[in-house]
Design a protein around this ligand. Structure first.
Ligand SMILES: [Zn+2]
Length: 432
């Protein structure tokens, strides 16, 4: 202490600053493994994306898993286009904090645009999406479908960062779909016996959200659940897997198999164990991402503690509009996640609303979903038909273009969706 106190103040400050800077960006190691049955799982791993082109300090990473069904076209299209659609919904010239605050809304716009553009190509396949953006210690996860993302802190606490959109697991989603004109039930073989998971008809999809699937009702929406967290400085591990893994392994088991292994070896072990238990009945894919304190280039090996029920925090819970906008500085125990944002609502008007952190992120005459430039007066206010008409006016932005407004109405069950026009009657081609 005595030696330190004699240090010149400038030097001390410099040391503090540089150690702060070192803490700013974690080291990221990743690995993945996959065993293919239908060839419909696709992944994306990018560690050198830049918020500001040419600026190394603005680097962020993207990891994503797309589990296709009824063909691979939707998964491939989404892998190729979603990131660009998300980034184009973020205004330029934002600071890092503003960029991070704008992400949840841009993710919603990007998912809906990708779905709408894909449907214009008249393909009938669909895909789940688990899309993870890591910027410094902030992790943002947007998800539709049932490929789940799990985080384990270096101390051994675990959290789901994605939603589970299987109809079977989601009473609220069943209610939403039924209210929008869809029917939800199990396959009936003619007698009283009902088989398999809950499915939505027509189409027979057992998910309430996906990208693609134009042959099911548009109440199967592409609006993602978004959760944004700040990691504890000790870091931790993300495990992103398709249902081929989660149908075979509990989260506890997946974590246990991964302990003590590098990211690459952990992904391989999880896939191997899942296939061994259940056989290769489905595409089985796992991405493991270690987010580590700089200079600690070894995979975290959490101590074997905190096991048992109640440890996993399920996050698919509906929040009120007010609390969903931004929970800002909610603090948990020091070794666990700081929750920055969470919203799983399927209502587009709520997800693109101006109450979010940056009020002016949408340019005035640009569609908030597809970024199409419109002439003054052409845009349709997001607030038309919304339940908050007392507080906002039809001339208040953000605005949607004509086709995105049509998409919105279809998603809310307010007009027959294209899927229904094209596929009257019940068929089972979309089953997964
Ligand atoms: Zn539009």
């Amino acid at each position: 202490m005595a030696a330190k106190s004699r240090m010149p103040l400038a030097l001390l400050l410099k040391q503090e600053l540089s150690s702060e800077r070192r803490m700013e960006k974690p080291d990221i190691l990743h690995g993945q493994a996959s065993q293919s049955k239908k060839g419909e799982d696709f992944t994306l791993s990018m560690t050198e994306c830049q918020r500001v082109p040419g600026d190394d300090a603005s680097t962020f990473s993207v990891f994503a898993l797309f589990d296709g069904h009824n063909g691979s076209a939707a998964a491939i299209y989404t892998k190729d286009n979603l990131l660009e659609n998300v980034l184009s919904a973020i205004p330029s010239n934002l600071s890092r904090d503003e960029w991070i605050a704008a992400l949840p809304r841009a993710l919603v716009a990007g998912f809906v645009k990708t779905d709408k553009d894909f449907q214009d190509k008249a393909h009938t396949s669909g895909t789940t999406v688990t899309f993870v953006i890591i910027d410094g210690w902030v992790v943002t996860v947007a998800s539709v479908g049932d490929s789940l993302c799990l985080f384990e802190s270096a101390e051994g606490s675990s959290y789901f960062l994605s939603a589970d959109h299987r109809l079977e697991a989601n009473e609220e989603e069943v209610k939403r779909i039924t209210a929008s004109g869809g029917e939800v039930g199990r396959i009936n073989t003619g007698g009283v016996t009902e088989l398999g998971p809950l499915r939505c008809w027509p189409g027979g999809l057992c998910l309430s959200r996906s990208i693609g699937d134009m042959d099911v009702g548009e109440y199967i929406v592409p609006i993602p659940h978004v959760k944004q967290v700040k990691l504890p400085k000790a870091g931790g591990r993300l495990i992103i897997s398709s249902d081929g893994v989660w149908d075979a392994l509990t989260s506890e088991k997946a974590l246990r198999f991964s302990h003590g292994l590098s990211a690459e070896a952990a992904a391989a072990r999880i896939v191997k164990e899942a296939v061994q238990i259940r056989g290769l009945r489905d595409d089985t894919t796992c991405i493991v991402v270690d987010i580590l304190s700089p200079g600690k280039l070894a995979s975290p090996v959490p101590p074997p503690k905190k096991t048992g029920k109640g440890m996993f925090k399920s996050i698919f819970r509906k929040r009120s509009f007010e609390s969903s906008s931004n929970s800002g500085t909610r603090h948990f125990e020091p070794d666990v996640l700081e929750e920055m944002f969470e919203d799983g609502s399927a209502v587009l008007a709520q997800r693109l609303n101006m109450e979010y952190p940056i009020c002016n992120m949408f340019k005035l005459f640009m569609c908030a979903v597809c970024q199409l430039e419109m002439k003054p007066g052409e845009g349709i206010s997001l607030h038309v038909g919304s339940s908050q008409t007392g507080r906002v006016h039809p001339w208040d932005g953000p605005f949607l273009c004509r086709t995105c407004q049509a998409k919105r109405e279809a998603m809310e069950g307010k007009r027959p969706s294209r899927g229904i026009w094209h596929s009257q009657g019940y068929h089972q081609t979309s089953m997964i």
